[in-house]
Design a protein around this ligand. Sequence first.
Ligand code: CP3
Length: 345
Amino acid sequence: MTPELADSLFLRACRRRPVSRTPVWFMRQAGRSLPEYRAVRQGVPMLTACATPDLIAEVTMQPVRRYGVDAAILFSDIVVPLKAIGIDLDIKPGVGPVVADPIRDAAAVEALRPIEPGDVSYVTEAVRALTGELGATPLIGFAGAPFTLASYLVEGGPSKNHDRTKAMMYGEPRLWHALMDRLTTIALGFLRVQIAAGVSAVQLFDSWVGAVAPDDYREFVLPHTRRIFDGLAEAGVPRIHFGVGTGELLGLLGEAGADVVGVDWRVPLDEAARRVGPGRALQGNLDPAVLLAPWEVVERRAADVLARGAKAEGHVFNLGHGVLPGTDPDRLARLTDFVREASAR
Ligand code: CP3
């Protein structure tokens, strides 16, 4: 890592070091609303794009060029490592990941093998090319957390209430922990491949874990997420932990061991800092739907996020969840500029 990269605003804020202004990037900034994304994706299925190094690099760079955000996020998907170890699944446009044979028994769990670097050589190749191109702009690698991956695998696709997933968790705890253990090993392996290739931070997306009550999180999820963060401690890159609807879980997410806790829009960042506790930076948390309102509203709300975020030990400006597909890219450009100017100290 070059000194300029190590000293970047994003990495400094993740490490709770002083910054000249608040760094900003957006979850799901790659893809979604960008016309240049739709142009390069013409006729290319999502999972094919995720396995093509040139396309991965191009789509990752698009929001960096357009907005000048302070970090890039690798273009991939949380189901890519599952596909790479032979799970029959696809990403259906407008739907999300769909699994051909949902995992419901021990035999299916045992078929989930660890990931080897050779399974995702296209990721290694893309990350190497990107770190060269990005220079002092950090590249964030990511993986889906075990609970969120388990939900797609057990339900067979997107789910509102995660009924079957929780039925396994409550009713067959041994099978549940065996499944979570395998998915933990896969997530850890996928993150290690990205770190070895050169990403300078990692984010664990536990998007749907907000469906779980705190006591159940402690028993059924925390030991696994903790193994991921512990397993990455020696790598020395900042570890970010994000979920949606996690207001009641923020203290436990802090306990799981990440350096940065991502917060959705439901809990103001000053209150989130209190719940997460000392020794962690925060990332977030403008409601992505605010970007659909008039600019004056966006500006007022973004200023409030910055003011509350300043109460945390470190703050990375982001949305409370991913960019909504209908978002006007010019809005995100204006928001990026606003965060830059309004947070300058
Ligand atoms: O900034 C980025 O977009 C980086 C790449 C990225 C994608 N998926 C690309 C993608 C990241 C970080 C993800 C993570 C992801 N994937 C999550 C966690 C983040 C979150 O939003 O909570 C989850 C739950 C998934 C699973 C998934 N994949 C969903 C729910 C969808 C949306 C389905 C749809 O079409 O609305 C996908 C598909 C997907 N992943 C797309 C992209 C750009 C859209 C598909 C396309 O462009 O054809």
